[in-house]
Design a protein around this ligand. Structure first.
Ligand SMILES: [Zn+2]
Length: 337
């Protein structure tokens, strides 16, 4: 995928990441999608009441280039998409056309800009009716690799490596540890290999006079999908992606992850947890049980997530010790992005 994000914007994005774990931003950080909306609103205001959005006359499809494609891209942006207006009918343009055709419930879903697509687009522009980008079809991402072996404990899952659609880990169990709630929720689960290690770690913390609480483990593809979709509805697709994991891109779907907290921070998933006795103990000892602090401080540009002292990921003791001793990320350990 082409990244059209200037460095300053990228930094803002990093600073506003919250969502590797929390379903809603938990630690007072909110994402403000205003700048993007303002642009759209201003455009609309400027062009009301009669928007002048020229539409290309000719049939256009993938691999086409030039002014006509650019016009098409501008028209698509006018009705709510935010694609590059580079005059290249690439995967992104094809996605927008296809997504639009699907939302219009057109007879021929082709990804090709033809006469009937033109008429539908014309109508949308005239009626000022905005579409919800990606409501029908997920936006493509050329950087995104689908993980081929989601079962290995060193699997890398991040914004560039997604789990296969519908992947459900085998041997999900509820670890015998403390949770700050009593309901029997699916998020209590972990893969057995990680659950056993988590229990040992919690016992050891207990021996050290500390009280860890497990907050959130396994999260299904479907659950992640509905969380992401509701964030898209609330904030728009691009903003949602900055603070909320797409389905398949959440490490919680591996079953190897548990968010952990303590009484001192009200069982919340907050940065202050790193400063509690429990948080400090975890940083020092988690690796002995095969866990790493997956999103360390100062590595936000690599993990693409903010510092999360509560998010523990099982990788096995051998890798965990090396990762924690060297103060590196799983990405760096695996030499991947
Ligand atoms: Zn988490």
């Amino acid at each position: 995928m082409k990244k059209y994000m200037p460095a300053a914007a990228a930094l803002t994005v990093i600073l506003t990441f919250t969502g590797a774990c929390s379903e809603k931003p938990d630690n007072q950080q909110t994402v403000d999608p205003a700048p993007k909306n303002e642009v759209n609103e201003n455009q609309n205001k400027k062009e009301q009441p009669k928007p002048e959005v020229p539409l290309p006359e000719e049939l256009l499809h993938k691999t086409d280039e030039g002014e006509a494609v650019k016009k098409l891209e501008q028209a698509l942006n006018h009705i709510g998409y935010s694609i590059a207006t580079d005059g290249k009918f690439d995967a992104e343009t094809t996605w927008a056309v296809t997504d639009f055709q699907m939302q219009q419930e057109m007879q021929m879903i082709t990804g090709i800009y033809d006469e009937s697509t033109k008429q539908a687009l014309k109508k949308s522009v005239e009626n000022n009716s905005a579409v919800k980008p990606a409501a029908a079809l997920t936006k493509p991402d050329d950087n995104l690799e689908i993980v081929s072996n989601p079962h290995e404990v060193l699997v890398l899952v991040n914004k560039n490596h997604a789990l296969p659609e519908g992947f459900v880990p085998k041997n999900l169990v509820v670890p015998n540890v403390q949770f700050p709630f009593t309901e029997d929720l699916p998020k209590k689960q972990m893969r057995q290999v990680a659950a056993v290690a988590l229990e040992k770690m919690f016992y050891a913390a207990n021996d050290a006079g500390l009280e860890l609480y497990a907050q959130s483990g396994y999260r299904s593809y479907e659950r992640q999908d509905s969380i992401f979709a509701s964030n898209v509805r609330a904030y728009g697709e691009e903003a949602a992606n900055n603070f909320s994991a797409r389905p398949g891109e959440s490490e919680h779907q591996t079953g190897l992850t548990m968010d952990v907290s303590s009484r001192d921070v009200g069982y919340k998933l907050v940065i202050e947890f790193g400063e509690t006795d429990e948080g400090k103990w975890l940083k020092q000892h988690a690796a002995e049980y095969g866990f790493i602090i997956r999103y360390p401080k100062g590595k936000e540009n690599i993990t693409q997530y903010q510092y999360e002292p509560w998010h523990l990921r099982y990788v096995g003791p051998d890798a965990a010790k090396e990762i924690m001793q060297k103060g590196i990320t799983l990405e760096e350990y695996l030499g991947a992005q």
